[in-house]
Design a protein around this ligand. Structure first.
Ligand SMILES: CC(C)(COP(=O)(O)OP(=O)(O)OC[C@H]1O[C@@H](n2cnc3c(N)ncnc32)[C@H](O)[C@@H]1OP(=O)(O)O)[C@@H](O)C(=O)NCCC(=O)NCCS
Length: 167
């Protein structure tokens, strides 16, 4: 990792910490995802426009692994200009041949729209295997992450209203 990558990881982590639509990812988690190429970073003329990441969690033995798409973000000044399309295009090209089920949670209309374009279907949380849920919950309930949920205030009570999409 170069210093530039470390700065990028810190920037993305800081955005995820304060942005209501995103789960907080620690700088080292973002750093690892960058290193493992589990990310699409979008730039224009040397300016950072946005990004999206994924994490793979193994499902039941001998079944496909499950990939969670997360930390999708476009800076406000670049929104509505097709960059989300670009993320889905690039991620699709990278992952289309892998034996993976992909899923994500969202409340963003633009993301739901793109998901449907790319063959995701609105699903039920019970469509995700329990073994994947356990890994996901352990990740979300990491004590270092808990204080970040304060950003939601009382809105945390509506967390169950997030839609899940699966492909
Ligand atoms: C969500 C986010 C990534 C969307 O990026 P964006 O650049 O604003 O997306 P766009 O406006 O280009 O919309 C992409 C597509 O969704 C459509 N769309 C936009 N808003 C929509 C809505 N509310 N309902 C349905 N479709 C919508 C657009 O028409 C466009 O479709 P098209 O390409 O087929 O014409 C961006 O707003 C963001 O970073 N938000 C904060 C973080 C966040 O909430 N991330 C999502 C986590 S799941």
């Amino acid at each position: 990792m170069t210093n530039l990558d470390l700065d990028l990881a810190k920037t993305i982590s800081a955005v995820s910490k304060k942005e209501l639509g995103l789960l907080y990812y620690f700088p080292e988690e973002i750093e690892r995802a960058l290193k493992e190429n589990r990310a699409v970073i979008i730039e224009e003329n040397g300016r950072l426009v946005g990004w999206g990441f994924w994490t793979i969690r193994n499902g039941p033995p001998r079944r496909a692994s499950w990939l969670e798409v997360h930390t999708l973000y476009i800076y406000p000044e670049f929104r509505g200009r097709g960059y989300l399309n670009k993320f889905f295009d690039m991620a699709y090209q990278r992952l289309k041949d892998a034996n993976l089920r992909a899923y994500f949670f969202t409340r963003a209309g633009a993301v739901m729209h793109m998901a449907e374009k790319y063959g995701f279907k609105k699903a039920s949380v019970s469509d995700i295997p329990i073994s994947v849920w356990i890994k996901m919950l352990l990740h979300r309930l990491n004590p270092r992450r808990l204080s970040s949920y304060l950003k939601y205030g009382w809105r945390i009570l509506g967390a169950w209203k997030w839609d899940v999409y699966i492909r």
